[in-house]
Design a protein around this ligand. Structure first.
Ligand code: NAP
Length: 278
């Protein structure tokens, strides 16, 4: 089976490294020639080009571009493809993408490998990035079972465990565990850096260690990704942020009222619940 990858960045590049290691021929397309050259030199792709016609030979194509370019890329690819070619994507939001892409291509299967780092671009590509990660596949009632199974087999071959769920359920869940944390963490960094006492700010910067590193990590990641989460998962993100604001207000009320017992009860309950997520 020949595989195509469009968008040779962190995710596309990492997929290319692993899939070639598993014996697949990988054809890559990216936006810049320098990325294509580096991808071939790094072993991400056997061949790489700026021209989507390279993928006419591919049996299955991963679209790994930024979210806004996924559907437009499929539109541009269509003239080169055979009807049996399977297209899947790796976008971090699913409902709007699956709806647009399934309307363009019958053999489309939505996917989201839940793995990443704070880096971007082909230079950031890593072997075994998907090992032990969850790979969510989001079919609709129209998705071909054969196409779904091919994407599932490839995800399993990367060492990922596959979860199959509806696109809307995926988007509500990732709002809680991925998109809300980015906004909370970015809000934390913004709040700290707005400190007007320059001596206190300087000391805070020099004292920051593991706790601040953990809580600020996702707010200090790729801004393009954070923006796309907000634009494409707007309703679910707003819903989770409003609930979060409500909880933060409750904390403020309890501390203002010196209601230490209620605060302690909440902190005991959050400590008990956290292991469920990790
Ligand atoms: P990235 O490292 O910035 O890679 C995206 C690559 O897409 C860039 O290297 C760029 O290539 C290429 N590109 C941009 N526009 C293109 C176009 N019109 N045609 C062809 N190639 C184009 O980003 P990423 O983190 O891999 O994210 C890619 C996708 O994976 C996104 O949809 C994101 O939602 C999803 N995702 C990300 C993560 C994460 O944690 N980062 C996790 C799971 C899923 P050039 O270098 O050639 O310009």
């Amino acid at each position: 089976m020949k595989l195509g990858i469009v968008g040779l960045g962190l995710i596309g590049g990492s997929l290319g490294l692993d899939l070639r290691d598993r014996g697949f021929e990988v054809l890559g397309v990216s936006r810049r020639q320098s990325t294509c050259d580096l991808a071939v030199a790094m072993g991400v792709a056997d061949r790489a080009s700026l021209d989507l016609s390279l993928l006419a030979e591919a049996d299955l194509i991963f679209i790994c571009t930024p979210i806004a370019k996924i559907a437009p890329t499929i539109e541009q690819l269509i003239p080169y493809l055979r009807p049996e070619t399977i297209i899947t994507d790796v976008g971090s939001v699913k409902a709007p993408i699956v709806s647009d892409c399934a309307a363009l291509w019958d053999n489309f299967v939505g996917g989201h490998p839940m793995a990443g780092t704070a880096n971007s671009g082909v230079e950031a590509a890593e072997r075994n990035l998907f090992q032990g990660a969850t790979y969510v596949i989001t079919p609709t009632e129209k998705t071909s079972v054969a196409a779904l199974n091919k994407v599932k087999d490839l995800a399993c071959s990367l060492g990922s465990s596959v979860i199959i769920t509806a696109p809307t359920v995926h988007d509500r869940a990732v709002a809680w565990i991925s998109h809300l944390p980015v906004m909370v963490s970015a809000g934390l960094i913004s709040a700290v850096t707005a400190e007007t006492d320059s001596q206190a700010l300087k000391l805070a910067i020099s004292l920051a260690s593991s706790g601040f590193r953990d809580t600020s990590r996702v707010g200090g990641g790729n801004p393009e990704l954070g923006l796309m989460m907000a634009q494409y998962n707007r309703e679910e993100l707003l819903r989770s942020m409003k609930q979060y604001r409500h909880n933060l207000d409750r904390f403020i009320e309890l501390i203002e009222a010196e209601n230490w017992q209620a605060l302690e009860d909440i902190l005991k309950s959050t400590r008990a619940k956290r292991p469920d997520f990790l």
